[in-house]
Each structure stands twice: as C-alpha cells, then as structure tokens.
Design a protein around this ligand. Structure first.
Ligand code: G1P
Length: 271
C-alpha cells in the first residue's frame, strides 16, 4: 500500500527556547521567513505525501491555526491532540485513528533536512520490502548517547550517499558503555500500521516516557525493521544554536537573501 500519510509530533513545550516559546510554539519559529514546520511539510510533499497529521497540544492553538492555513491542492494538513506529555511513542499512538490501517511516515520537526532525498529513499525501501524503514546517520561515538542507536546485520549501497541495512537491535539513548554501533536514528521513519499494536504494549522507559524506539525494538526482534544510512545535510533545530545555524545556512543558500547575507558576513569578519 502506498505511503501517503505523515505524522508530525509537535506537542512539546519548547522550554529550550523560552521566552520565544511563551506564546509561539517552537515549530512556528522562523527559519528566516518560513516557520520551521513548513520545511517538514514541504519535504513530505516533495516525497509524495498527501496527508499531514500534526500531533499537538491544546495549549498550542496556533499550531492548529497554522495547520488550517497550510493545506494546498497537493496536501491536506490536520491536527490531533496529545493531552499529556507522555513521550514520542505516546504522541504517535495519538494519531492511530487518524492514520488508519496503512503505512505512514513519521517526521520529527526538530530536524530539518537539506532535501527530500532520505524521505524518498525510505518510502522506496518500504515499497520494495514492505518493512518499516528508518533514517540513520553515522555520528562520532561520543554523540551516540543522545539518540536511538542501532545494531545492523547486512549493508547494501543504494547510491553514493546511502546504504540500506537490516536492523537487529535498537536502544534508546544508550550509556556510552552500552552503545552498539556509531549509527543513530535521525527523525525520519516509514512505519507499518502494526507499530500501533506494539506502541500499545510497551511500558514507559527512559525518562518515564513511552519511547517510539521501544516499539521499533519489537519490530527489530521480529526482523521487521530496515534502515537507510544517509549522509544527508541535517539541521538539528531542537536547540537554539542548531536553529541559528539552520537560519544562517538556509538563508545563505537562497537566491534572494543569500548573496546579501554572504557579503555582510564577509565584511563583518574581515574587519
Ligand atoms: C528522538 C528519538 C531518538 C532519535 C531522535 C532523533 O529523541 O527518541 O531515538 O534518535 O529523536 O532526533 P529526542 O531527540 O526527541 O529526544
């Protein structure tokens, strides 16, 4: 069945960005002139997604207002609510009825990708294998404990910048001594609908939250999890420094503002 739906979890309180997030959700903070979440919606649409379901909190009404203005001829954007902050796994399970019995993507809006290539490759890998497929990246071992970490079985190069892998084991944010590789989960997933059954069986774990990674671990146990290791450009907009870097790099790449910003930066640093 074609992947036509994406779930975007956007219920977090954005405390790292206070006071900016007192009234503006972090997903609506601008990357120059465009709210961060719009980059994720555009990436999804470029990968062929037609239906965007944003999981949000009732304390963030502007997300719903933004969603109702974000639908186009190509994509329908709607919201569902997560009433308590019980973790990423719980947020995804809040979209169960809205998604229905079909494969779906999950895209974390704290990460902005340089293009839609990874999302397209994950959908293509799902189309080939019928198996849940997740985005992976190689990072220095010192960074592994900030992410979901995977142990892989086989590896096949699918392009100069990507390889497809089978995943044996998944651990959420392992202690450095428990890391199983230098490959981590980045925020792009294509999941089969049985993940909702797994999400319904897992218990709260790290930080007392329902972790999506624990449901992925159940898929890995059943040999039902594959991934794409990608060296895609990725901006971590979940931290103020990451957001600033995204604003500068994305603005530098634009035809309208890029040349002006570039010459201002040169002038500033050549003084
Ligand atoms: C979440 C996931 C983690 C993944 C990460 C990617 O963690 O739980 O497995 O590696 O996103 O950004 P979070 O960053 O929300 O703590």
């Amino acid at each position: 069945m074609a992947v036509r739906t994406v779930v975007i979890p956007a219920a977090g309180m954005g405390t790292r960005f206070l006071p900016a997030t007192r009234v503006t959700p972090k997903e609506l903070l601008p990357i120059y002139d465009t709210p961060a979440i719009q980059f994720v919606i555009d990436e999804a649409t470029a990968a062929g997604i037609e239906r965007v379901i944003i999981v949000t909190s009732r304390s963030k009404p502007s997300i719903e207002a933004y969603a109702s203005s974000a639908s186009t001829a190509n994509v329908a954007v709607s919201v569902v609510y997560q009433d308590s902050p019980l973790g990423l796994g719980h947020a995804i399970s809040c979209a169960r009825n809205a998604v229905g019995q079909e494969p779906f993507a999950v895209m974390l809006p704290d990460e902005i990708m340089g293009d839609s290539s990874l999302m397209k490759s994950l959908i293509a890998l799902y189309d080939r294998t019928g198996t849940s497929s997740i985005g992976l990246k190689k990072v220095p071992m010192s960074e592994v404990s900030s992410y979901g970490n995977v142990e892989i079985a086989g590896r096949t190069d699918v392009s100069p910048s990507e390889s497809a892998v089978a995943i044996n084991r998944v651990i959420e944010k392992p202690k450095p001594s428990e890391a199983v590789s230098d490959l981590v989960i980045i925020g792009r997933y294509v999941l089969t609908p049985n993940v909702f059954d797994h999400l319904a069986t897992i218990k709260p774990s790290l930080n007392g939250e329902f972790q999506l990674t624990d449901a992925l671990a159940l898929l890995a146990n059943e040999n039902q999890l594959v991934g794409i290791v990608s060296d895609i450009t990725r901006y971590d907009t979940g931290t103020p420094m990451g957001l600033l870097r995204a604003v500068i790099e994305i603005a530098l790449g634009r035809n309208d503002i890029g040349p002006q910003l570039n010459s201002w930066l040169k002038e500033k640093f050549n003084k």
